[in-house]
Design a protein around this ligand. Structure first.
Ligand SMILES: [Zn+2]
Length: 379
């Protein structure tokens, strides 16, 4: 989820808004002002509606922050928290180390929303007892009910909702197998999302309720997220017990920092299947990478420019060792062309890991899965 507006950093985690969250705030403020809040002068009603919508957004942020804090406590890095049209997303890097951590990271979100519901209910009761304006008591009541609804909705047992992660944690604990637990939660999410789309369409087409569209939208979001999570589970399954050396392209074509671009294109790039080339220095270690696109932009008169000048420096995080687990590079997006990482041992280039290597890993794992099934059918 892209952060359109940055709100600030809380505990080192950048918190921001996607543009679609602004649409939600305006929509909610509009609904509050037009049909939920009691009659009052228009200015006061709109002010109360906007403050309530902002507090609602704050409640969503609190829910995600709770996930982030517990994740960090269990050693899972949190890259960002982004609020968008249908809620919040805490982007975690890596996986919870055990089923207990998985359960706690998931459960603290709905627990926080439930606690917010309790706080707003108490505030509502106090405001009522002290004779506060109907506008503020109505706002507090709406916030209490909405937070309660968010807690319950997120407890639905299917990925990507918190309830799906709780299900995954429980199955993981019982079966001792994270992968099969994750697949079960993904399937539950897929079934739930499809039921929501079906129910929403029925409400829209048969019942004539326009609100059915929201259910279709939420169902579509859950279905596509569950599918994406299932692909991710497949990938982790395929990479389990494998080392970087097992999945990399060994002995990749490469250039030298002192090599003129023209000579490199003629002798290496034209004959290569690669789209990105590591560039190594006199010591034999890779210092940068150069893409086919970059080489293609070199003007004919500049054929003498060296690869060292053209190369984009290699970030330290993208240099990996051959014996590291293959799962370390799976969550990395490609950083240049299709290149994910450069494999180095003793300051020497051993290989490269590209998106093609990762896709190959998945294809081979599917082939392996097909073998026992085929013999089973024959017997
Ligand atoms: Zn959550």
């Amino acid at each position: 989820m892209k952060q359109t507006f940055k709100l600030g950093t809380i505990g080192g985690v950048p918190v921001g808004l996607n543009w679609s969250a602004v649409v939600t705030v305006i929509l909610i403020a509009d609904i509050l002002a037009q049909s939920i809040l009691p009659s009052a002068p228009a200015g006061a009603r709109w002010l109360a509606a906007l403050v309530t919508a902002a507090l609602f957004l704050g409640s969503l942020a609190a829910h995600e922050l709770a996930h982030a804090v517990v994740a960090r406590r269990h050693g899972v890095r949190v890259n960002s928290i982004t609020l968008w049209m249908l809620g919040g997303v805490a982007e975690l890097e890596g996986e919870p180390p055990n089923s207990g951590a998985d359960l706690r990271i998931a459960a603290v979100g709905p627990a926080t929303s439930g606690a917010m519901a309790a706080v707003f209910t108490a505030a509502w009761a106090v405001a009522g007892a002290f004779g506060a304006s109907p506008l503020s008591t109505a706002s507090l009541a709406w916030l209490a009910i909405t937070n309660g609804a968010i807690a319950l909705f997120n407890l639905l047992p299917g990925a990507p909702l918190d309830g799906g992660r709780i299900l995954r944690g429980l199955l993981w604990r019982r079966r001792g197998d994270r992968i099969s637990a994750a697949h079960a939660a993904d399937r539950a999410g897929l079934a739930m999302g499809r039921a929501m789309i079906g129910g929403g369409l029925a409400a829209l087409l048969i019942g004539g309720w326009f609100d059915g569209l929201w259910l279709v939208l939420v169902g579509w979001f859950i279905t596509s997220s569950a599918k994406a999570e299932d692909r991710w589970t497949d990938l982790r399954e395929a990479a389990a017990d494998r080392r970087i050396a097992d999945i990399m392209t060994p002995h990749p074509d490469h250039g030298w920092t002192w090599q003129p671009a023209g000579a490199f294109i003629e002798t290496v790039a034209l004959a290569s299947r690669q789209k990105v080339f590591p560039v190594i220095d006199a010591g034999g270690g890779p210092v940068g990478v150069v893409t086919v696109e970059r080489l293609a932009r070199v003007p004919a008169g500049d054929a003498d420019v060296t690869l060292g000048t053209l190369a984009v420096p290699l970030q330290a995080g993208r240099i990996v060792g051959p014996d590291e687990p293959a799962t370390t590079v799976l969550s990395y997006p490609p950083f240049m062309g299709d290149l994910i990482a450069v494999v180095v041992a003793d300051h020497h280039l051993l290989g490269i890991v590209t998106t093609e290597n990762v896709q190959m890993l998945i294809r081979r794992s599917r082939l392996r899965l097909a073998i026992p099934a085929a013999t089973g059918r024959a017997a």
